[in-house]
Design a binder for this molecule. Structure first.
Ligand SMILES: Cc1cc2nc3c(=O)[nH]c(=O)nc-3n(C[C@H](O)[C@H](O)[C@H](O)COP(=O)(O)OP(=O)(O)OC[C@H]3O[C@@H](n4cnc5c(N)ncnc54)[C@H](O)[C@@H]3O)c2cc1C
Length: 325
């Protein structure tokens, strides 16, 4: 196969960024007439393989191995390396998840092949693949064409592609084996970090209520909390809100925070600085409330209200609660 897509387990479902990687790989495959395969592994390999087989990914490679029953960077890196050596893909595509950031550099080192990270697009030019990544806080874009012998390890930034753009299809599942033994697994991972019981997962939230400096002071945060509860969403923020200590850093959206692509992103009192926008521009619907009609965030908004959030948020919450009752 020409393109190997490495899919990640998110509690028995393919990680959203894995689905986004499928969309990216399909764009590359269509542009260059390349064949694809998708790799699933670990304790949930069977259900992941079934889910992956419903996409247009060529074929699904499934690996069940006792040493992969829980995540370890050693086990995953060795597995991906062995699959690459056997299947000989030119491109190996990952979502730029925390897990991939942990183990993919090891694959790169084992194979002595470069890892082109955090791309936001792929295109083709005169028969070559061109990967686009952001530089200098997304002020510049750089196009990179890998040269020399593959495989090229490539990761895509969260929300660079829409998971809904991944073409469905029907792919056969092939059982594969790898040679792992206990001496290769030198680390044991703890449970994935969760900030608090029932903690936030902004990357898989459908609705995000995001507040900026326009919220004014810490005492106003509960207004936004109530609105996000009424909408069944998660609360997020721009950096000044986090820097002021009004919300923990896990809530920050942007180049030094999370990248998200919810169905609805409500931007409240956020100006639209590029460092914020790179983290939320992939949202399906952006609704902005800002008292400055010239705020740059309106340029990327689907709907905009010019007004005072401190007046509008409580009324909006009330209306939504009334609709639910
Ligand atoms: C290296 C670096 C990394 C960065 N990383 C990030 C990042 O990850 N995430 C991030 O968000 N920022 C980041 N920043 C900061 C970024 O440059 C901006 O300063 C920040 O995004 C601005 O946040 P804001 O929009 O909330 O505040 P402001 O730019 O101050 O905007 C506040 C907005 O609220 C509006 N407003 C005020 N009062 C009201 C009201 N009552 N009702 C309605 N609207 C009102 C104003 O009109 C204004 O548009 C980074 C900066 C640097 C240099």
């Amino acid at each position: 196969m020409d393109i190997l897509i490495v899919l990640e387990d998110n509690n028995g479902k393919i990680h959203r960024m894995g689905l986004e990687s499928i969309a990216a790989a399909q764009k590359l495959a269509n542009g260059m007439s390349l064949s694809m395969g998708a790799l699933v592994m670990g304790a949930n390999g069977n259900v992941l393989a079934e889910e992956a087989s419903k996409y247009n990914v060529g074929e699904v490679l499934k690996i069940n191995n006792e040493h992969l029953s829980s995540y370890s960077s050693d086990g995953y890196a060795e597995t991906v390396k062995q699959v690459i050596e056997r299947e000989n893909p030119t491109y190996v595509i990952f979502g730029h998840t925390y897990q991939v950031r942990d183990y993919a550099p090891k694959v790169s080192a084992k194979l002595m092949k470069p890892f082109l990270v955090d791309n936001v697009d792929v295109s083709t030019n005169e028969g070559n693949a061109v990967f686009t990544k952001q530089m200098f806080n997304a002020k510049l874009f750089s196009d990179v064409t890998p040269t020399g012998d593959g495989p090229y390890l490539i990761s895509f930034q969260s929300a660079a592609f829409s998971s809904e753009k991944a073409d469905l299809g029907s792919a056969a599942v092939r059982n594969c084996t790898v040679n792992l033994d206990v001496s290769m697994i030198r680390t044991e991972s703890e449970e994935p970090f969760q900030e608090e019981a029932g903690g936030i997962d902004l990357t898989s939230a459908d609705i995000i209520v995001s507040i900026g400096r326009g919220i004014g002071k810490e005492e106003n945060i509960p207004l936004a909390v109530e609105l996000s509860k009424a909408l069944g969403g998660e609360l997020a923020a721009s950096r000044p809100v986090v820097d002021s200590g009004w919300l923990p850093s896990a809530h920050q959206i942007g180049s030094s925070g999370q990248s998200v692509s919810p169905k609805l992103y409500l931007a409240l009192g956020i100006s639209g600085a590029i460092q914020h926008v790179v983290g939320m521009k992939g949202s399906k619907n952006i609704v902005t409330i800002n008292k400055d009609p010239d705020a740059p965030i309106f340029e990327i908004s689907d709907y905009g209200v010019v007004g005072d959030i401190l007046e509008i948020i409580p009324k909006l919450t009330e209306e939504i609660q009334a609709l639910k009752n």
